[in-house]
Design a protein around this ligand. Structure first.
Ligand code: AHG
Ligand code: MN
Ligand code: MN
Length: 336
């Protein structure tokens, strides 16, 4: 595999495929279809403000959140361009209450796809970075009901990644063999390799959390964040960086190290929960983070070990450099 900066993403994927004996080209085909969708979404994001794509649709999604026009556009782009490829047996989207079945007229494939079509919706109208997150699993043998195939622990993912629509459009992904970063060159319309084998620093100097929720956190989480902001022996207090777009907050964490957290909160005291969704957000980014040398935990359990019990399940999330995620677990366990 050539790791030369500037290699096209399609060549990189083809070279990766050659390294897996028995690969049929299905995963490469699926990735290629996903990349086309991301280019279409990226084009629309770049036109925002010029065309009628900003703002609300007036509807609410399954999570009760206001749906933006770009959420719908991205969701429909993915569904429309992936259903017929023959690579998928089923899909699930953050924006759809139910699993998305492959229409009978198209061939069913061997992969399962979960996605957050547009992450960071609250930032759309402010021109701040947003993204698309995806997770690919195999449809297990002998599973007649493909809906069951959606509820697999994240450690079974065969590929996961994200597109970031920021100052440039990036794709970061892993098939379990390193994490690789590509940048869309708009003049040629192709993603070109920016960095192969990305590694997250062992520790960093930023923490990224919505501290407006501080009063709703459990004491261990409060003490953890207090600790990060306090000067300690041999280190300065951590600095805060928080955009409110998970893809962008995670991408910065991947580049610079530190921790991104969305802990459980007790806004509903009867039902403490995190905000982020296991299948569309936590699990794929945990896969990328671990393959870059980092960690991902709920604070009590490894994200990739969680057996999902429902499609839109939410989890607490601590994601980033090993040192900072370890500390979070220790504070929550009362060991620090
Ligand atoms: P989405 O736009 O896909 O609904 O995701 C929003 C998520 C995530 O991007 C971000 O980390 C988090 O919501 C921000 O939540 P707060 O506004 O509560 O900080
Ligand atoms: Mn999201
Ligand atoms: Mn979303």
């Amino acid at each position: 595999m050539s790791e030369a900066v500037g290699t096209t993403l399609s060549k990189f994927i083809a070279d990766e495929q050659k390294k897996s004996p028995g690969a049929t080209g299905d995963l490469s085909g699926l990735l290629s279809a996903l990349i086309t969708c991301a280019k279409i979404i990226s084009r629309e994001v770049n036109k925002a403000g010029l065309v009628e794509i900003l703002g609300l649709t007036g509807r609410r999604n399954i999570q009760g959140e206001a749906v933006m026009k770009l959420d719908t556009f991205s969701n429909e782009t993915l569904i429309k361009n992936l259903s017929h490829t023959g690579h998928l047996c089923i899909m699930a989207s953050e924006e759809n209450a139910d699993p998305i079945l492959i229409p009978g007229e198209y061939p069913r494939g061997k992969y399962v796809l979960c996605f957050d079509p547009l992450d960071g919706s609250s930032n759309i109208d402010a021109n701040a970075p947003i993204g698309t997150i995806f997770s690919v699993q195999r449809c297990p043998e002998g599973v007649d009901n493909p809906v069951e195939a959606l509820l697999q622990a994240g450690k079974h993912q065969v590929c996961a990644g994200y597109f970031l629509y920021g100052s440039s459009t990036l794709m970061v992904y892993s098939t379990g063999n390193g994490v690789h970063m590509f940048t869309l060159d708009p003049s040629v319309g192709e993603f070109l390799l920016s960095k192969a084998n990305v590694r997250i620093p062992e520790s960093g100097k930023y923490y990224s959390v919505n501290e407006g929720n501080y009063n709703y956190w459990e004491p261990g989480v409060q003490r953890y964040v207090d600790f990060l902001k306090s000067p300690a022996e041999n280190r300065k207090p951590y600095s805060t960086r928080y955009i409110g777009s998970l893809v962008a907050d995670f991408h910065r964490t991947l580049c610079y190290g530190g921790v991104f957290a969305y802990p459980a909160d007790f806004k509903d005291p009867a039902k403490p929960t995190g905000k982020l969704r296991l299948l569309y957000e936590a699990s794929p980014l945990a896969f990328v983070c671990e393959h870059a040398g980092g960690s991902a935990s709920t604070g009590r359990e490894r994200i990739l070990d969680i057996q999902p019990h429902e499609l839109h399940q939410r989890v607490p999330l601590f994601l980033g450099s090993k040192r900072e995620v370890e500390w979070a677990k220790k504070f929550i366990a009362g060991q620090m």
